[in-house]
Design a protein around this ligand. Structure first.
Ligand code: HEM
Ligand code: NAG
Ligand code: NAG
Length: 323
């Protein structure tokens, strides 16, 4: 009897653990076609527009940092939802929603009501990095979708392009990610583009000085001024890594070492002595070290407080809470 009781306790403890843990084989029986569907949708989207890979990677980051990886970012404004899409770090900036919708609608045709939008976002980010020539990792599944969004939390928790290194480290630490994780993940800026509005002050009036950010390499200032001549060009885009804007490599870190970081928040990783500078130097000299740490940090980020078990829901439409 006592043995039975203990076995029972053990089993319920085990089921508690499995209910809360994501797993690689979560959809093996219920939706085996998921990975190949995602691969084909993401690769045709990236073939049409190479920047889309970067946009999908950023989408996962901005979902996970706001109350965990729960697809809260995908919800549109309604009478009861204040969309995170209008938070300052996202507004007129975060993109890729149509690609997620496309994967979701194809997945619904194969396995209706089974696959969460949050898992699709996580898988799409991995596909995007691999397609760009970056590292791969095992995506774990079992996240469920939120029934609410938080624009306020998005404004508070997402990093800003004028954050200093201390602030960036603190923001990631608050999510259980180390300084090294933060620098590795910032290496996501090896692909993609940014709008002039986010770095114009560094070219023309840094901290109200009337001139450019003294840390910026001078030829780079001249180049950027051509791409971003004035406030009327606020929506023009520049690559974070102009040499290989669609290639996932460690050139981003080499650029930081020569003071060609596009944002202040990129450059401070190198200009601030300590953990962040050490990590930049390590990743600049070893692409393998960067790839390994980036993959590990993506897995950690993908595990940020997911809704599991019977929490949340599997949305039918990623933009709307089920009625
Ligand atoms: C560390 C603090 C970070 C800050 C302050 C920051 C900020 C930004 C900003 C302002 C943009 C430009 C968006 C636009 O112009 O519309 C951007 C783009 C991007 N970010 Fe970050 N980011 C950070 C970290 C990350 C992380 C951790 C990732 C992913 C692992 C990431 C991935 C990207 C990508 C791929 C783009 C290009 C998006 C595109 O071309 O559509 N960023 N980031
Ligand atoms: C970093 O920024 C925060 C505010 O975001 C500020 O309180 C702090 O003093 C800054 N630290 C350094 C070393 O500049
Ligand atoms: C630069 O910024 C300062 C402070 O924000 C402002 O007072 C000044 O007018 C700006 N100068 C130019 C040339 O825009």
């Amino acid at each position: 009897m006592a043995a039975f009781f203990h076995l029972h306790l053990l089993l319920s403890a085990l089921s508690l653990v499995t209910a809360q843990q994501l797993s690689a084989n979560f959809y093996d029986k219920s939706c085996p076609g998921l990975p190949s569907l995602a691969t084909s949708v993401v690769s045709s989207a990236v073939a049409k527009e190479p920047r889309m890979a970067a946009s999908l990677l950023r989408l996962h980051f901005h979902d996970c940092f706001v109350n965990g990886c729960d697809a809260s970012l995908l919800l549109d404004d309604t009478s009861s939802i204040t969309s995170e899409k209008n938070a300052l770090p996202n507004r007129r900036s975060v993109r890729g929603f149509e690609v997620i919708d496309d994967i979701k609608s194809k997945v619904e045709q194969q396995c209706k009501g089974v696959v969460s939008c949050a898992d699709i976002v996580s898988l799409a980010a991995r596909e995007a990095v691999v397609l760009s020539g970056g590292p791969t990792w095992t995506v774990v599944y079992g996240r469920r979708d939120s029934t609410s969004a938080s624009m306020d939390t998005a404004n508070q928790d997402l990093p800003s392009f004028f954050d200093n290194a201390t602030r960036l480290v603190a923001r990631f630490k608050a999510k259980g990610l180390s300084a090294r994780d933060m620098v590795a993940l910032s290496g996501g800026h090896t692909i993609g583009h940014a709008q002039c509005v986010f770095f114009r002050d560094r070219l023309y009036n840094f901290s109200g000085s009337g001139s450019s950010d003294p840390i910026l390499q001078q030829h780079y200032v001249t180049e950027l001024k051509q791409q971003c001549p004035s406030a009327t060009h606020d929506r023009s885009i520049s690559a974070f890594d102009p040499t290989t804007p669609a290639g996932f490599d460690n050139i981003y870190f080499k650029l930081l070492q020569v003071n060609k970081g596009l944002f202040r928040s990129d450059q401070v990783l190198y200009s601030t002595p300590g953990d962040t500078q050490d990590a930049v130097n390590a990743y600049s000299s070893s692409k393998a070290a960067f790839f390994k740490d980036f993959a590990d940090a993506m897995v950690k980020m993908g595990n940020l407080s997911p809704l599991t078990g019977s929490k949340g829901q599997i949305r039918a439409n990623c933009r709307l809470v089920n009625s």
